[in-house]
Design a protein around this ligand. Structure first.
Ligand SMILES: Nc1ncnc2c1ncn2[C@@H]1O[C@H](COP(=O)(O)OP(=O)(O)OP(=O)(O)O)[C@@H](O)[C@H]1O
Length: 349
């Protein structure tokens, strides 16, 4: 049963016109610049904002179809995690998770037992009696996720679920969230500003600008062929899977990189296109990541030039127009790329 949504909403001069289909087990990331309509879309799916036109349905179960049908939030099989988690401050972690089940009619004993099981799954057994105030950001995030998943929702809405965490915690919580989403059999819509969250967690990206879809597809495909400047900036991230052994990461698609902090086992490594320097000759005394590349394409963006380079590893580099002129960049040209180990983000996958 695929969630099938045609979201048409008019708010003043803004119009959202978004079609979304999410299959069971699929994680779709909704991305867009400020004001693109992400919050409007989430609120419509959540039953907090009625559609102006269109419809939301799960198979023949219709949630919203103006003017006749509108099912309020608490009557939809939903789990929701918002950026600030919205945990009840006067309830313990256990009571917070049990609350969603109680609200859907589960008796008290069963709700508490189920809640306790979910807290175990999230590695929060010892925090069950604590109030949200005494939990860390990462723990509160897991309680919110447990509360959302405990009701076995058909649709899980995650609105900027990692935005409130500090950088160090985000890496770990993102990896954990990925594991929970991989096990979740319902449909997930993840709203995020962070391209890394989207690329790592989602099976498919839907990118909206001004209330309209500008691109839709698997992360790798969108990264290879961004169609707007916004999308190019968004997915302009060099991201690889690999296996770490100390400070060396062997990349799944060939090549290897030296990282600053030792790691072990499966990892993702990422760095921005601005971290790459390009040279005509092999530089001496340069950073430890130096490898030969061949220019594939050269694209002009607003203030920089994006160069696609074949490796291994293949990569994107953003260089200044001056560098393009100095190097006389053109497709087919052989160059050397360098990258400082400290510019590479590494996290477990
Ligand atoms: N209550 C409202 N009345 C009229 N217009 C609104 C209302 N709420 C939002 N809008 C407009 O709808 C548009 C989309 O807003 P929305 O909050 O959905 O965007 P967003 O993609 O979530 O942005 P952000 O990333 O900044 O949260 C904006 O142009 C906004 O000004």
């Amino acid at each position: 049963m695929t969630l099938d949504a045609k979201l048409r909403i008019t708010r003043g001069s803004f119009e959202l016109d978004l079609e979304l289909a999410i299959a069971p087990g699929e994680v779709v990331a909704l991305l867009g610049p400020n004001g693109a309509g992400k919050t409007t879309a989430v609120r419509a799916l959540a039953g907090l904002l009625p559609l102006s036109r269109g419809r939301i349905r799960l198979d023949d179960d219709v949630w919203d179809e103006p003017p006749k049908i509108f099912r309020p939030a608490d009557k939809r099989p939903l789990g929701v995690v918002f950026q600030d988690y919205l945990l009840f401050s006067h309830l313990s972690a256990l009571e917070n998770v049990a609350f969603g089940l109680r609200a859907r009619g589960t008796d008290r004993t069963t709700a508490r037992a189920e809640a306790s099981r979910w807290l175990d799954t999230m590695g929060l057994t010892e925090y069950a009696r604590q109030r949200p105030r005494s939990l860390s950001g990462g723990q509160a995030q897991r309680v919110a996720l447990a509360r959302a998943l405990a009701t076995r929702p058909e649709l899980l809405l995650l609105d900027e679920p990692l935005a409130a965490l500090d950088a160090g915690t985000t890496l770990r919580v993102r990896a954990e969230l990925g594991q929970h989403l991989a096990r979740f059999e319902g449909r997930t819509l993840l709203v995020t500003h962070d391209p890394l969250d989207a690329m790592v967690l989602a099976d498919r990206l839907v990118i909206i600008e001004n209330g309209r879809v500008v691109q839709d597809g698997p992360p790798g495909e969108i990264a290879r062929r961004p169609r707007t400047d916004y999308v190019a900036q968004l997915v302009g991230l060099n991201l690889y899977r690999g296996s770490a052994d100390g400070t060396t990461v062997a990349l799944a698609d060939g090549g290897s990189l030296t990282i600053a902090e030792p790691a072990l086992g499966p990892v993702h490594v990422a760095f921005p296109p601005t971290a790459i320097s390009l040279y005509a000759e092999r530089p001496s005394g340069s950073p430890r990541n130096t490898w030969p590349v061949t220019v594939s394409t050269v694209e002009q963006h607003a203030h920089t030039v994006r160069v696609r380079l074949d490796g291994p590893p293949t990569l994107l580099a953003d260089v200044t127009p001056a560098a393009v002129a100095d190097l006389r960049l053109q497709p087919g040209q052989a160059l050397w790329a360098t990258l400082k180990a400290t510019e590479i983000q590494t996290y477990p996958s």
